[in-house]
Design a protein around this ligand. Structure first.
Ligand SMILES: [Zn+2]
Length: 294
């Protein structure tokens, strides 16, 4: 499913530009199109704090109707996987970094659709939409990169960004590069590991709850099905080989939104209105997790 191909291997044999992008699993990305702000009402009299008390924005943005900022005081870090310019920085992104259980490339190029829409552009676009939705709910939102870096950051720095922010939740956004015909989304949850710099024992449980909320909400808002080719068939997978997860000290998951190499999934991923719904699904999933946490 995820072709973990390093540039070092691919570059020499690569012919079409975007074939280089056939990798994944890792993390980075950037540089997208102009995000459309989600049409949530801006309530001028929203009082901080109070708002949707009992918590949980489940359905269609219902908590907004309460006129509050239900996520006030919460910090969320969104990690747009890969960086569109990684392909120009092979030396930088191929250097290895410690992920506790071993070493991994600093970052990877990510995948792309057959028409050349890169995973990195997708993740940055989606991250900005998610940021807009979370901010409207009062959350403090940070992106690990916002399209202004020449490459990366490295996966260990991406994890560190969540730790430094003492984030209440972190979501790393990706899309898969599996063979055409394999469809659907899945959420990757950190395995409980303790090795070297990696210690996810305290956050594996909360991350699993976050992952479940996200999977359910993403499915509801996009209509996408859980990937049948990865994980447990219910939209979640648990892994101990990703630096971005191994090094987290706060609840964190990866969301693989679909398979860029499948034409039907690609049609969704390249559609702005689908990305709006996807963003809403991510926002609602996060909101469900965060309000539960209060
Ligand atoms: Zn990726």
């Amino acid at each position: 499913m995820r072709l973990l191909i390093t540039l070092g291997v691919l570059v020499p044999t690569c012919f079409a530009g975007w074939l280089i992008w056939q990798s994944a699993g890792g993390a980075a990305e950037a540089g997208g199109s102009t995000p459309t702000l989600m049409p949530l009402p801006q309530d001028p009299e929203s009082r901080e704090g109070s708002a949707g008390s009992g918590g949980e924005p489940g359905g269609g943005g219902g908590s907004d109707a309460a006129g509050g900022k239900p996520l006030k005081g919460m910090t969320v870090v969104i990690d747009p996987g890969h960086n569109p310019n990684n392909r120009y920085h092979a030396a930088e992104i191929n250097r290895s970094v410690s992920i506790g259980t071993g070493r991994k490339e600093c970052d990877t190029t990510g995948t792309a659709t057959a028409s050349g829409y890169s995973e990195a552009k997708f993740t940055l676009d989606l991250a900005r939409r998610v940021r807009a939705g979370l901010r409207e709910r009062g959350a403090t939102v940070k992106l690990t990169q916002d399209g202004r870096r020449p490459w990366g950051p490295c996966v260990d720095d991406r994890a560190e960004a969540g730790n430094r922010a003492d984030a209440d939740a972190v979501v790393s956004l990706h899309a898969d590069g599996a063979p055409a015909g394999r469809r659907g989304f899945h959420v990757i949850i950190p395995e409980s590991v303790k090795e070297g710099r990696a210690d996810t024992r305290a956050v594996a449980g909360p991350s699993r709850r976050l992952g479940r909320e996200l999977a359910d909400s993403f499915r509801e808002f996009t209509g996408s099905k859980p990937a049948s080719y990865a994980g447990d068939g219910n939209g979640t997978d648990t892994r101990g080989d990703l630096g971005g997860l191994n090094l987290t000290r706060v609840p964190k998951v990866f969301l693989e939104c679909g398979n860029m190499r499948d034409p039907r999934d690609a049609a969704d991923l390249t559609d702005r209105s689908w990305r709006d719904r996807a963003a809403r699904g991510v926002v609602e999933g996060l909101a469900g997790f965060l309000t539960e946490k209060r």
